[in-house]
Design a binder for this molecule. Structure first.
Ligand SMILES: CC(C)(COP(=O)(O)OP(=O)(O)OC[C@H]1O[C@@H](n2cnc3c(N)ncnc32)[C@H](O)[C@@H]1OP(=O)(O)O)[C@@H](O)C(=O)NCCC(=O)NCCS
Length: 202
């Protein structure tokens, strides 16, 4: 990447979700179904088939509603005016008594393919974890064991691997393991050496 490419890649802003983002996110998610054909280890779980427009609208409406109501943390990374990355931290809501899990937030992140590797994921994670303080006490995520780049990113931010989920995903007949990672947000401080690449974040 040339220096000017690198500079251009950093022109992103971090902001909340907007209703008018819906078509952009639909495209980003649909593109994953093509990407997984090229990369069977793509680190996101997908549905059996491409979601229909109705399913996408329902998904986005739910996400947008949660962004307004909270306590979910939802941060969008925009590059040159277009949504390029999304991080969510949602209450764990497990089992019959979700109240007793409500101190735990579950993190998910996606950066659109052509915007990866320029620091947007790191900047999104930092902003989301900062916003999550006071809403959640612990943040957890699962990551494909083979997704070493993403695992490094989470470790840099302070996540620890606390479990190994054998054969958690079955994709085209092949099992993929996942790692369960956890961050204690009560004592978390953004590491001093993280976030330097995201100099364009506002
Ligand atoms: C993982 C992901 C969110 C990171 O976002 P990003 O903007 O690419 O991240 P950054 O540029 O801040 O770099 C963070 C790490 O991501 C990894 N990364 C960079 N480009 C990548 C790419 N094209 N694909 C996958 N990971 C990549 C890098 O290894 C980097 O770590 P390193 O600097 O130690 O090498 C993003 O690459 C992505 O959406 N990947 C596909 C979906 C996925 O794996 N999601 C994670 C679910 S747990």
């Amino acid at each position: 990447m040339s220096v000017s490419d690198a500079a251009a890649s950093r022109r992103f802003v971090l902001r909340g979700l907007r209703w008018e983002d819906a078509p952009a996110w639909r495209q980003v998610y649909l593109d994953l179904y093509d990407e997984v054909k090229e990369n069977p280890e793509l680190g996101l779980t997908l549905q059996e088939r491409r979601p229909t427009e109705a399913e996408e609208v329902a998904w986005f409406s739910d996400l947008y509603g949660r962004s307004l109501k909270g306590p979910d943390v939802i941060v969008v990374g925009e590059v040159d005016g277009h949504p390029a990355g999304l991080v969510t931290i949602a209450p764990a809501r497990r089992g019959a008594s979700p109240w007793e899990n409500s101190h735990v937030g579950i993190l998910g992140i996606l950066v659109a393919r052509r915007h990866r590797g320029h620091g947007l994921g790191e900047a999104l994670m930092l902003r989301a974890l900062e916003e999550a303080r006071g809403r959640f006490e612990w943040v957890r995520l699962t990551v494909f064991s083979v997704n070493s780049g993403a695992r490094r990113l989470y470790e840099r931010l302070g996540f620890r691997t606390v479990g190994h989920l054998e054969a958690e995903v079955k994709r085209n007949g092949r099992y993929l393991d996942e790692e369960l990672m956890s961050l204690d947000l009560r004592s978390w401080k953004a590491p001093a050496d993280v976030g330097r690449r995201a100099t364009g974040a506002r």
